[in-house]
Design a protein. Structure first.
Lengths: 302, 372
């Protein structure tokens, strides 16, 4: 990590957020219009702040910066190239999960702080959703780190120079992707902030710069989870012919497109069904993934 | 217009959770204080002087701390009846609408939530047309068609059926958004776009719309995703249809073949048969409307080609039910609209929030009502 890392992460966040906004338009069948996106963002920044009827001021105003901080910290753990590895901590994969753990208090703060019934309902729903996604997310990261014998993201990438984890641990990938979509506030797991079902829910009472921060945070989260998916499962920057950074960016764009495309294909599941099946199926499967990761490590990585 | 209760009074630091705007009222009913024979406010200094320990307000605070130490549960005591899952939670009462993104425009809901389960839901339509002869100005083609009852023409069939296809496609777009299913909303928007072009006179768009409708109908007829989300929700059986006098697609989804078009010779000439389902749930109502979109577009096409006229019928079948001309008042009436609001509210009760909103949406409520 160098002195330039924070600035570089910020640049990646802004560029990545714009790219995700363009992908959303593309996947939605609209013509990508980057200038229109930037104009809308500028208009949001120009809009006056209007608080809801009875906000809890501290929680209401602190939630969007906290959400953005969590997203940026998660993004900072993603290594983009051998020469630009982000924070590159020896426990970077766990820091990724830890950073994303701040998404749930941020969303709950937004809901509770807004003080409106549907916003509070959205906040509580996200806490319940967190029960569903948090365990599979963290357990899969452990399983994938085992063959690399390290929690450092760059070491996990280096361990995939011959075979990506998608091939050696496919069930881990299947469990990780929905959990990553849930923590990135993507449909069909947008139970906390659905516009037509909850009127915006926990995030629906923000305007002006708050709305801009929330929109930016949502897109930075997509970049972060897509980047970490590529790091953990798709061999990161490894690939023939092209420079490593090009491979990493290309794979991240592909994963982000897949996440956004998948988000449109499935209706939002009922919360009790989701939590029940996650606890009955996904968490036991994640335990199995850890055992499988250990076996794979013993057989092929030692 | 949209009023929200201050939910944070549910877990107020006073130690009692009551949905109340007034903090003082909580303390009068403080059972912990009552146990010790205290006035929880500590306002009455005469009582304090008489107390054998000579409490003042400071000592009362100390005594309150001792009470809290004795019984932690008093701090979080919640009063009320247990829910279906045994949890005791305070009810949350609030109103939604008439401009809420959650409900159709113009519909207001008075809701009581028990956690995230709808305990009771009262729906009402709030929009009144300035022209009392046309209850729903947004469906003007359907309404104005009935005014041409002296002029029998296949043009009436074209107008009414295209209006039905547009209304149902717009509703389907909304259902897709409510379910968080963008693919469904996209498919419905494609049908809607072509149908609107056809309404503006581009009749070749009618075939495009029909093709898109048949494709979507074929995919959703056996869709597991639709079944997962809507099957068994908000069931309305034949008995309820007859008791409440329901009409339109909601009645046909319960197997009641009541359709004003059956008695219309113009439709008979085009070989019309109503779309029916038996289950009466949200899925059945969705599939009935999907089938009606394709049937309506087909009828509109055949009506264009048919040419020959037929005698007019006394009523037309609008998108939500029959529309009749009231000779006494000189206005138009939509029977079954008020009953639909009532049934939708009753069926939403007892459902978890997302199921309740999907169920309400499945009834395709209108926010317009006839005044008086």
């Amino acid at each position: 990590m160098s002195n330039w890392t924070p600035l570089a992460v910020l640049a990646v966040a802004l560029a990545g957020a714009l790219a995700v906004a363009l992908l959303e338009q593309l996947v939605g069948g609209l013509r990508p219009a980057p200038i229109a996106i930037l104009r809308r963002a500028a208009a949001l920044l120009d809009e006056p702040l209007s608080a809801p009827h009875r906000p809890d001021a501290w929680l209401y105003h602190l939630a969007p910066p906290l959400l953005l901080a969590a997203a940026m910290l998660a993004l900072a753990t993603v290594p983009w190239a051998p020469g630009f590895r982000g924070i590159d901590l020896s426990t970077g994969a766990i820091l990724f999960s830890a950073a994303l753990a701040y998404v749930s208090p941020a969303v709950f703060m937004a809901g509770w702080g807004s003080g409106a019934p549907l916003a509070v309902l959205g906040g509580f729903r996200f806490l319940a959703l967190m029960l569903a996604y948090a365990m599979p997310l963290a357990m899969v990261v452990t399983a994938v780190a085992a063959p690399a014998a390290s929690l450092r993201p760059t070491a996990i990438v280096e361990a995939q120079d011959s075979v990506p984890m998608l091939v050696s641990q496919p069930l881990a990938f299947v469990l990780f992707v929905p959990a990553a979509m849930a923590v990135a506030l993507l449909p069909p797991f947008d139970l906390a902030h659905a516009s037509a079902e909850l009127g915006g829910g926990a995030l629906g009472h923000y305007s002006g710069v708050h709305a801009a921060l929330v929109g930016l945070a949502q897109r930075v989260l997509v970049v972060a989870v897509a980047g970490m998916t590529v790091t953990l499962f798709l061999a990161g920057w490894h690939g023939p012919l092209l420079p490593p950074a090009v491979w990493m960016v290309g794979k991240t764009v592909a994963v982000a497109t897949l996440l956004l495309w998948g988000a449109r294909r499935v209706p939002r599941p009922p919360l009790d069904w989701l939590v029940a099946w996650t606890w009955k199926l996904a968490i036991p499967a994640a335990l199995g993934v850890i055992v499988w990761g250990g076996l794979v490590t013993l057989l092929f990585y030692r | 217009m949209i009023e929200g209760a201050d939910v944070r009074t549910l877990l107020d630091g006073n130690g009692h959770a009551r949905v109340s705007q007034e903090g003082h009222r909580h303390q009068h009913d403080d059972p912990v204080a009552d146990e010790h024979g205290h006035d929880a406010h500590g306002h009455d200094e005469h009582e304090h002087e008489q107390h054998e320990h000579g409490h003042d307000e400071h000592e009362h605070g100390q005594h309150a701390q001792e009470q809290d130490a004795h019984d932690h549960h008093a701090m979080m005591e919640v009063t009320g009846e247990p829910s279906a899952d045994g949890l005791v939670m305070e009810d949350l009462e609030f109103e939604l609408g008439p401009l809420s993104a959650v409900l159709p425009g113009g519909v207001m809901a008075t809701l009581t939530l028990d956690g995230d389960v709808v305990e009771s839901c009262g729906l009402r339509a709030t929009l009144v047309s300035a022209d009392l002869r046309v209850p729903d100005p947004l469906a003007c083609a359907a309404w104005s068609a009935i005014q041409r009852d002296t002029e029998a023409s296949m043009g009436r069939v074209f107008d009414v059926e295209l209006e039905r296809a547009v209304s149902h496609a717009a509703w389907l777009t909304r259902l897709g958004r409510v379910l968080g299913w963008a693919e469904l909303a996209d498919g419905a928007r494609r049908i809607l776009g072509h149908a609107l072009s056809a309404r503006e006179g581009h009749h070749e768009a009618l075939r495009e719309s029909l093709r898109a409708a048949e494709r979507l109908h074929g995919r959703l007829e056996c869709s597991r995703r639709l079944r997962f989300r809507l099957r068994g929700r908000a069931v309305v059986d034949r008995g309820t249809v007859e008791a409440y006098g329901l009409t339109g697609p909601a009645a046909r989804a319960a197997g009641v073949a009541f359709d004003a078009r059956v008695d219309d010779p113009a439709y008979g000439a085009l070989g019309f048969a109503p779309a029916l389902r038996a289950a009466g749930d949200a899925e059945a109502r969705t599939l009935v409307r999907l089938e009606e979109i394709a049937v309506s577009l087909g009828l509109a096409l055949r009506g264009l080609d048919h040419g020959a006229d037929a005698p007019a019928a006394p009523a037309i079948e609008g998108p939500r039910g029959p529309l009749r001309h009231n000779a006494v008042s000189g206005g138009l009436e939509a029977s079954g609209a008020a009953a639909l609001l009532r049934v939708a509210g009753e069926r939403a009760a007892g459902l978890e929030w997302s199921d309740a909103i999907a169920a309400i949406t499945s009834f395709d409520l209108s926010g317009w009502r006839v005044a008086g």
